[in-house]
Design a protein around this ligand. Structure first.
Ligand SMILES: *Cc1c(COP(=O)(O)O)cnc(C)c1O
Length: 451
């Protein structure tokens, strides 16, 4: 560690408690102070650069310090930085709501804002519960969720998620949910297609809906990719079946597109690949291009109407966050949507994703790689102890951490989830940068699995 970085590390470790971190790990592996970012690159105080292959925790879409988003935020800053959104409104939130409802699956015409992904999940969960109360069906108050799902860290979001590592300790604080086996296609039988496996797994969901519909408010899913659960993927047919079954059983469908929205899976929203419209769609992360904390829940006219009445009936949705619909965040979001339009990002991404997939699939030949899977601009590489029998490495061995430290030494930020090495780069990455990132991942996997 050079002295330029070391001074910041010392000050940092004196006071900053980092997220999702055992702080003792920093005795061996200090945090890296970043001085500036540009495009896909981050630079520390010694001038060392890191390719941000995880889009700074899946938020960044068009690179760091993007000139167009910078200009939009700067312009907004000069007119209005923040205003209360209860009783007041502003142009960025109005225009953003018009744009989002035009882009979202038809019928999602109402936007409720919050300021991070977990809060958006809380909003959707509370709204669904409250809808059934307002419409005279208060028994419908439970939530159905998939095994291995992730919906955030606040207590409601943690309760409807299912990653044991994050959830287990807090279980006594969490509401009880109905958990259904995942359609995750890593678990498919040899020879089965993704669609066959996802369709077969739907039987569990159908059974849960048949059994619990009378007491179920909503099913919540991450469409197509369970990201925090190890980038596990499934076929769109599952979402089509789920939409039909939710309609049949009169249960809401909440699509948590916080990680997969905004082009990550190849379409603007992942739900589009199944041709479905959820009752609630949660967006955050890429919403602002990864610039500012903002989230939104889109919902339908029937849901909105169930809350619309005389004040004294007490049917209103009395939920708020201080920074709900922040104008700077909305300006960044509008600039992000403008880039999608002007640059035809989804078409450009198809070529990038094809290159990424073609290079990454080479890793499948490795004796400790069980699978390389892809959905659009997400590619995941599953490291295993025993390839033939798909036996996972013990989590205590922290093989992913070896990949992480190797990649850092080579100037690439890869941050495996357990034994899953993945690429989720900003859309401004070049084919040459993709080559670098796959080469470094190969070396990292080599280093992590050589014993
Ligand atoms: C990141 C994430 C969340 C939580 O968002 P935060 O902004 O971190 O609270 C919720 N759902 C999914 C699918 C996510 O990936």
């Amino acid at each position: 560690m050079t002295s330029a970085n070391a001074a910041y590390v010392k000050r940092d470790l004196a006071h900053v408690w980092h997220p999702c971190t055992q702080m003792k790990d920093h005795e061996r592996l200090p945090p890296i102070p970043i001085r500036r970012g540009s495009g896909v690159w981050l630079e520390d105080f010694a001038g060392k650069r890191y390719l941000d292959a995880v889009s700074s925790w899946w938020v960044n879409l068009f690179g760091h310090a993007n000139p167009r988003i910078n200009a939009a935020v700067r312009a907004q800053l000069d007119s209005l930085e923040q205003v209360i959104l209860a009783g007041f409104t502003h142009e960025p939130v109005i225009a953003l709501s018009e744009e989002l409802t035009a882009l979202a699956p038809a019928g999602l015409s109402r936007c409720f804002y919050a300021d991070n992904g977990s809060s958006a999940v809380e909003v959707a969960v509370k709204m669904s519960f409250h809808y059934w109360r307002n419409t005279g069906q208060p028994a419908k108050r439970r939530f159905i969720t998939l095994a291995n799902s992730y919906h955030g860290e606040t207590l409601g979001a943690l309760a409807v998620g299912n990653v044991e590592l994050y959830k287990e300790i807090y279980r006594p604080l969490l509401m009880d949910v109905i958990t259904v086996p995942s359609p995750d296609c890593y678990e498919r039988a040899p020879g089965a297609s993704w669609a066959e496996h996802s369709r077969a797994q739907f039987a569990h969901m159908e059974a849960a809906l048949a059994r619990h519909a009378h007491e179920a408010a909503a099913v919540i899913v991450e469409p197509l990719v369970q990201c925090a659960g190890g980038m596990r993927m499934y076929d769109p047919v599952y979402l089509s079946l789920l939409r039909a079954a939710c309609d049949r059983h009169r249960v809401h469908l909440i699509a948590d597109e916080i990680a997969v929205g905004f082009g990550r899976t190849g379409t603007l929203f992942a739900c589009e690949q199944a041709g479905i419209r959820p009752d609630f769609m949660c967006l955050s992360k890429g919403l602002t291009g990864g610039y500012l904390p903002l989230s939104v829940v889109l919902t339908t006219e029937p849901v909105y109407a169930a809350f619309y009445d005389e004040y004294a009936k007490l049917t209103a949705f009395l939920h708020s966050h201080s920074f709900t619909g922040n104008p700077l965040g909305c300006a960044a979001a509008r600039a992000t949507l403008a880039i999608f339009r002007e640059d035809d990002t989804l078409a450009r991404n198809r070529a990038l994703a094809a290159h990424l997939g073609a290079r990454a699939v080479e890793l499948e030949a490795h004796p400790h790689v069980a699978e390389v899977r892809q959905r659009g601009m997400i590619v995941a590489v599953e490291m295993v102890r025993d390839k033939a029998r798909r036996v996972a490495y013990d989590w205590r061995e922290r093989r992913g951490l070896t990949v992480y430290t190797h990649a850092l030494s080579r100037g690439v930020l890869l941050r495996p989830v357990g034994n899953v090495v993945y690429f989720m780069p900003p859309y401004v990455i070049t084919p040459e940068e993709i080559d670098l990132l796959v080469d470094v991942a190969r070396e990292g996997i080599e280093a992590a699995t050589c014993d």
